[in-house]
Design a protein around this ligand. Structure first.
Ligand code: AMP
Length: 190
C-alpha cells in the first residue's frame, strides 16, 4: 500500500493534481474539503457543523475532522493506498492519522508539498472564486485567514514529517502536466 499526503497552501493545486495522481497510481483520493462540501450541500448534521468554520476560513475542529476521515478510510477496505488531500492540517490530526494507520499495520509513505508564493495563490483563489461558488474563495479577508490558519497550525507539519524522513517538496508553479511529472518523479523514487 502506498499512502501519500498532498501538502500545500489553499490554491496550491492539490485537488487538481490529485485527480491525475489517483488515476496513475490507483489511489483512493480523500479530500476532507470535498467531503465537508458534500455534507454541506446535502445539509447533513456534519455539514451544518462544519459550515460555520469553513465559511469563516477557520479549520473545522480536530475531533470532527479526524472522525470523519477515519470513517472514509474504513469505507475503502480494499484500497491499494490513499491520497490524502487537505488532511492532516494540524499536528493532532497527523498523530491521529499515524495511530489510526498503525492499527491497520499501515504507514504514511510520503508527504509531498506543492510550493508556491502566497501572493500568486491569493490571486489564484480569487480567480477560482468567480466560478467555484465557494464563499471561502470569494473574500480576500477569508482567504487571508485561511493562510493564517495554515501558517499557525499546518506549517508545523513539515517538521513533523521531516523528522520521520517523509517530507518532499516540489515547485508548484508551472503547467498542470509539468507539476504532475514533478510529483510522479518523487513517487516513483519512493
Ligand atoms: P480545502 O478544500 O482543503 O481548501 O478545505 C476547505 C475548508 O474545509 C478549510 O478551509 C477548512 O475550513 C475545512 N477543512 C478541510 N480539511 C480540513 C482539515 N483537515 N482540518 C480542518 N478543517 C479542514
Amino acid at each position: 500500500m502506498i499512502n501519500i499526503v498532498l501538502f500545500g497552501k489553499p490554491g496550491a493545486g492539490k485537488g487538481t493534481q490529485a485527480e491525475f495522481l489517483k488515476e496513475k497510481y490507483k489511489l483512493t483520493h480523500l479530500s476532507t474539503g470535498d467531503i465537508f462540501r458534500f455534507n454541506i450541500k446535502n445539509e447533513t448534521e456534519l455539514g451544518k457543523l462544519a459550515q460555520t468554520f469553513i465559511d469563516k476560513g477557520d479549520l473545522v475542529p480536530d475531533e470532527v475532522t479526524i472522525k470523519m476521515l477515519q470513517s472514509e478510510v474504513e469505507k475503502n477496505p480494499n484500497s491499494a493506498g490513499f491520497l490524502f488531500d487537505g488532511f492532516p492540517r494540524t499536528i493532532a490530526q497527523a498523530q491521529a492519522l499515524d495511530a489510526f494507520l498503525g492499527t491497520k499495520k499501515e504507514v504514511i509513505t510520503a508527504t509531498i508539498a506543492l510550493e508556491a508564493d502566497d501572493e500568486i495563490l491569493v490571486a489564484r483563489l480569487l480567480e477560482r472564486g468567480k466560478t467555484s461558488g465557494r464563499a471561502d474563495d470569494q473574500d480576500e479577508d477569508k482567504i487571508r485567514n485561511r493562510y493564517q490558519e495554515y501558517n499557525e497550525k499546518t506549517a508545523p507539519l513539515m517538521g513533523y514529517y521531516k523528522e520521520q524522513g517523509k517530507f518532499y517538496a516540489v515547485d508548484g508553479i508551472g503547467s498542470i502536466q509539468e507539476i504532475t511529472e514533478r510529483l510522479s518523479s518523487v513517487i516513483d523514487n519512493l
